[in-house]
Design a protein around this ligand. Structure first.
Ligand code: AMP
Length: 217
């Protein structure tokens, strides 16, 4: 199954995609994770992307497109994938459609997660990530045992630079402006299913599973 997840920052795309990876037995590709990895390794792409990411802006289409195309073309994605964070605008959606068509691997389903803005802000600004092992926490809904310390590896818990409120507001603006039009784009090709992304992780996973079962997997 070739699956795409769309949603504003904080909608739970990454978390649900990780669960879908297990359920469907296909790799999970997150454009944001790939870019953060490039930044961490200070590659040419990472150096070009870093400042824009810190401000909540989109990284130039060509750079991200090449990175995603390269990963999707690999043998590990030949039996399906869960893609999140790409495409984020219509230019990227066209590029994705182009290379998937060339490889004869069209998208089977596009899931759009819907979450109210106040809930998105609460989720993102409270998010903390372990600098050591990458485990995810939330100040109120998933606090660590000891404040600021990872339960798994005792690493320090950090806030992503782009999870600060002013940057989150810019990311939400970019989503409304550039990414939301994708809902019409995929709605026209009947690939789209909108899913209520509020509530607990299990509730959202249950709704997603129901949509995929309906589509006959
Ligand atoms: P995310 O983890 O998906 O919220 O992405 C974090 C940041 O990475 C975004 O705010 C953008 O700066 C950048 N980014 C991720 N995906 C894309 C994309 N498809 N196009 C451009 N920039 C992206």
């Amino acid at each position: 199954m070739n699956l795409l997840l769309i949603g504003p920052p904080g909608a739970g795309k990454g978390t649900q995609a990780a669960r879908l990876k297990e359920m469907l037995g296909v790799p999970h590709l997150s454009a944001g994770d790939m870019l953060r990895d490039e930044v961490k390794r200070a590659t040419p792409l990472g150096r070009a992307a870093r400042e824009g990411m810190d401000r909540g802006e989109l990284v130039p289409d060509d750079l991200v497109g090449e990175m995603v195309e390269q990963r999707l073309s690999g043998p590990e994605c030949s039996r399906g994938f869960v893609l999140d964070g790409y495409p984020r605008n219509l230019v990227q959606a066209d590029r994705l459609a182009g290379f998937l068509a060339r490889w004869g691997r069209p998208l089977d389903r596009v899931l759009a997660l819907r979450v109210p803005v106040e809930e998105l802000l609460r989720r993102i600004t409270g998010r903390r990530v372990c600098g050591g092992c990458g485990a995810a926490y939330h100040l109120t809904s998933r606090p660590p045992g000891r404040e600021g310390v990872c339960d798994a590896c005792s690493g320090a818990l950090l806030q992503r630079k782009d999870d600060r409120e002013e940057v989150v507001r810019e990311r939400l603006r970019v989503y409304e402006d550039q990414t939301r039009p994708l809902l019409d784009f995929y709605g026209r090709s009947r690939l789209l299913a909108e899913v209520d992304g509020s509530g607990s992780l299990d509730e959202v996973t249950g709704r997603i599973s129901a949509v995929l079962e309906e589509a006959g997997r």
